[in-house]
Ligand binder design. Sequence first.
Ligand code: NA7
Length: 552
Amino acid sequence: MSKSTTEPSRHDVVVIGAGFSGMLLIHRLRDELGYDVKVLERGEDVGGTWFWNRYPGARCDFESEFYSYSDDEIQQEWNWSEKYAAQPEILEYINFVAERWDVRRSIEFDTTVTAAAFDEARDVWVVETDQDSTFEARYLIAATGNLSVPSEPSFPGMETFTGPIHHTGRWPRGGVDFTGQRVAVIGTGSSGIQSIPLIAEQAAELTVFQRTATFTVPAANRPLTDRERQVTKANYPVLREAATHTRAGILGEQPMGSFADVDPVLARGELERRWRTTGLGVTATLNDTLVSEEANAFVAQFVRDKINQIVKDPATAKLLEPHDYPIGTKRLALDTGYYETFNRPNVSLVSIRENPIERFTRNGIVVDDHEHEFDAIVLATGFDAVTGALERIEITGRNGRPLADAWAEGATSYLGLAVHGFPNLFTVTGPGSPAVLTNVVASIEHHVEWIADYLEHLRREGITRTEATAAAQADWVERVAELASHTLYPRAASWYMGVNVPGKPRVFLAYLGGFSTYRTTCSAVAADGYPGFDHAHAVREIADRETERVNA
Ligand code: NA7
């Protein structure tokens, strides 16, 4: 860790990241509990994922009225225009909240955290940045997001392509005009599926390079009416509370029953209804879609039939049919006119499943000895998800142990909130939490609340160091793996499993017990005085000594 030459800036808490999590941490810890909080943010403004992902068609796939803070003043004041808001509106909302909570005064923008080391003599984190600045704080909170580090494959000859190459997760701030251009999109995950229909409308020609066909369902997005907004606002407390009792942190369609118990004709009719109203409920039609192969095959076939109904060219429809993983075991995409886009005369699909991209050239991309010429290339190739942001920081815990070392065999955590060997470090929506399978804003609120309560507990008790025990972490890691092993999830080469990044260990990165159960577990830990955390350094004298030192 290279030391900065300047005097460290000292705080109670340093937070990495100013997205939904970092902003809420400022509000909760600084404004409501009086901590001195400093947030370090790589971007030039707030927003995190929603700051960077400006590609055409980017929008959330949970209803915006609930993919938002539950702060009552804000939720009463803000009016969402659509059921699933697009990125510009979400960023506008984030800016509205940033103003309301006056968060910017606690944030250092354009500041990338490069290293963080725990100083065992003083129980503080020493945090270094690319701005040659150093920050110190008793607590370090990673609010680094799950989808914040783009995964950019390096194709041979990439540097020789003369046109621009844009990654969806680092889209230029002023947007990109593809009018009249020949454009390639590589990748058909959610980002590709959201952007392809809009790029197709603008470009002269669009070629989509697909390695794995993805299951996607219609968002059936639409404007919200005044009446709908009023009803939601009048009932927010009940709706938000009810959402905490669900598996995904949001109220949704309930299952009809298990595959064996449901009349297939009725189930098919119900799938059809859900497909029309919002496809998101499709995988929840049967309660065993993610555990029973038969149930899964039934739902998957329904979607494949839809593809064949929509896409006019049978060969293209065949290529678009997903067969490589059980439906729902990679994040189900929510689209607006995705399959219909392949009926446009200016759109073509190239499968790179059997014949991968050989290389980039000056003029384009070579597949199967054929050069496709382009003016611009879009990489919709996803993220080094969940752990990527933290692994890029040189984090050193107790006994000088690097986090990269601790996670060499796969990310480990206790409750998705803390890591053994890394005292006083908390991860908001970290690996081993259910966050990526939930309405992530609900998960963020839960984690921030839990961490705030814990910091208050530590403050009250005069504890200056806390660390997840090896045993508690091992139990939690086992529970996360065990839950995944009873499902079909491990069958997919997904970012949930870390499979999309070459060399990343294959570990299921999310807790599958559901948001509601998870909350209950976390609450019980708090109520029982935080078992699983080692407070061996809970000596008031240390705190007193530190106070004296800082005041001196
Ligand atoms: P995803 O879902 O990880 O999708 C990335 C896509 O890019 C996927 O189709 C990949 O194919 C493809 N890809 C990745 N690397 C390559 C290479 N080297 N060659 C060809 N194709 C490649 O990321 P998204 O950004 O779309 O979505 C991430 C999340 O954001 C999403 O789940 C929502 O929660 C929002 P593969 O499937 O690996 O064969």
